[in-house]
Design a protein around this ligand. Structure first.
Ligand code: MLT
Ligand code: MN
Ligand code: ZN
Length: 303
């Protein structure tokens, strides 16, 4: 299978439009060794032609333009996007559906909780009724498997995660199973597995089990420290409070990944404040020494 990282940044992207933090400022002024990142999304395929999108970011238009394998091939209207899987109802993961309104009915796989958010607080499903329309397909919340018509040779397993529903959701402070999910992508013919969880606040036993069983991990890389935004005078919100396990410190993602068998370990959904965006930073060096990679836009993973 092939995974294409369409966008490796967290909400706001890098640099963020109104942000003058250490990273955003230095990137804009070519004072740091690093690359810009669009907002969080990946595409997966086993034939390089028919793609499942994981999340649809507000940057989707540029992401698709940068990726010939997903562009129209035949007829006057065409796309390689066969379906969409939403892992939550966050703005950075869903707004791109509006940009796909010119197309055919969108085949959207997501939890009932996400369907509810996208029919009420951020009613994309309702709005799109007057454009392309949305066909919703529920996903299992017990680790059960499913396949997706048009996406050959791939099987998916989904389970609930402890992370956070978006600020606009009635579930923000009243979590429900299915507000956020983690997904295992398995190639049926080879048995190879990727685990994708860009928003991960806590490592529950079923999450660790999925990580131990995978050949490649694409997991939450949002923040380096819990108080990163506070330290930089941006927001008092802590990483854990908004559903993201920081990388450093006791119980952080580096320690967690150290306990996972040797495999490809990649951080994704990187916030613009995170020092790992600086390729020359001590924090980035620490990741490299721990065998952990940092996703960038356009990265392709072949398994
Ligand atoms: C998050 O993952 O916490 C989001 O990126 C926040 C946002 O989209 O504003
Ligand atoms: Mn996000
Ligand atoms: Zn910034």
């Amino acid at each position: 299978m092939k995974i294409r990282v369409l966008g490796s940044g967290a909400g706001g992207g890098f640099p963020q439009w109104n942000c003058n933090c250490h990273n955003c400022h230095r990137l804009r002024h070519q004072e740091m060794n690093g690359t810009a990142r669009t907002q969080s999304s990946i595409a997966v395929s086993s034939d390089d032609r028919n793609w499942l999108l994981f999340n649809t970011s507000p940057d989707i238009r540029a992401q698709l333009e940068a990726f010939p394998a997903i562009q129209p091939r035949e007829g006057v209207r065409d796309t390689g996007i066969k379906a969409i899987l939403l892992i939550d109802s966050q703005i950075d993961h869903t707004t791109g559906m509006l940009m796909l309104r010119e197309g055919k009915p969108l085949q959207v796989y997501c939890s009932e909780m996400v369907r509810q958010d996208l029919s009420t607080g951020f009613p994309l499903f309702k709005m799109l009724e007057d454009y392309c329309t949305v066909e919703h397909h529920p996903v299992p919340l017990d680790g059960g498997s499913f396949t997706i018509p048009g996406i050959d040779d791939l099987r998916f397993y989904s389970h609930p995660l402890k992370s956070k529903a978006p600020p606009y959701s009635p579930h923000r402070h009243a979590p429900h199973d299915g507000d956020n999910i983690g997904v295992v992508i398995e190639q049926i013919s080879t048995g190879k597995k990727v685990y994708y969880a860009p928003g991960l606040g806590e490592i529950e036993p079923h999450v660790m089990a999925a990580m131990q069983d995978a050949d490649c991990l694409l997991v939450d890389g949002t923040f380096w420290t819990d108080d990163e935004m506070e330290q930089q005078g941006i927001s008092p919100k802590k990483a854990r409070e908004i559903g993201h396990l920081p990388q450093s410190g006791p119980g952080g993602m580096i320690e967690v990944l150290d306990g996972v068998h040797e495999t490809r370990k990649i951080l994704i959904h990187i916030n613009n404040t995170n020092p790992i965006l600086d390729d020359d930073s001590a924090q980035r060096r620490q990741l490299t020494e721990a065998g952990i990679e940092v996703a960038c836009d356009g990265m392709e993973i072949i398994l």
